[in-house]
Design a protein around this ligand. Structure first.
Ligand code: S3P
Length: 171
């Protein structure tokens, strides 16, 4: 593998699950932007949002992309908002092959509802507000996500099938 394989998509689209399995299949490392930022900052993404604010986190995401140059080709999963700030999407496309994991809004709402506590953008919202947030944000973000090199559906939780679809594209 010459370049990174980069997975983008909304919170709950399955980037980490698919990314870990894909990395295993390809025999390369799996890197997650949130986890890398947390390790570097010494605190959780939620704490970064609370203590330093979202703008600071978005700067750290930008630095993460710049850092991809110095890394061995890996499977890289990035935070749901990352492709939608600055010129991040163009930058990501220069660092590797970008795959958008496409999941319908209804499925995303169901998935993120269950994990709301660990998501700083959702933690304080009611059920109804979470649905509205996902609907609104997905519309806004889809414009960015769709610039990916490839769009892969990941509607059902069938990791094997989605990984196989990506491997087919990679040849
Ligand atoms: C965010 C998504 C999260 C994390 C942060 C903000 C977003 O990553 O980066 O909470 O703006 O959608 P995941 O997509 O991995 O949950």
């Amino acid at each position: 593998m010459e370049k990174h394989v980069i997975l983008i998509g909304f919170m709950g689209s399955g980037k980490s699950t698919i990314g870990k399995k894909l990395a295993e299949e390809l025999g390369v490392s799996f890197v997650d932007s949130d986890t890398s930022i947390e390790a570097k900052e010494g605190c959780s993404v939620s704490e970064i949002f609370e203590q330093k604010g979202e703008d600071y986190f978005r700067e750290k995401e930008r630095e993460f992309i710049a850092g991809l140059d110095g890394m061995q080709p890996s499977v890289v999963s990035v935070g749901g908002g990352m492709p939608c700030f600055f010129d991040n999407m163009e930058q990501l496309k220069m660092k590797g092959k970008v795959f958008y994991l496409n999941v319908s809004v209804m499925t995303l709402v169901k998935r993120v509802m269950a994990e709301r506590a660990t998501r700083p953008l959702l933690a304080s919202l009611s059920d109804q507000e979470v649905s509205a947030f996902v609907f609104d944000k997905l519309i806004e973000r889809t414009t960015f996500y769709r610039k990916a090199h490839h769009i892969i559906p990941n509607e059902t939780v069938n990791t094997e099938a989605t990984v196989a679809d990506i491997l087919k594209v990679l040849g």
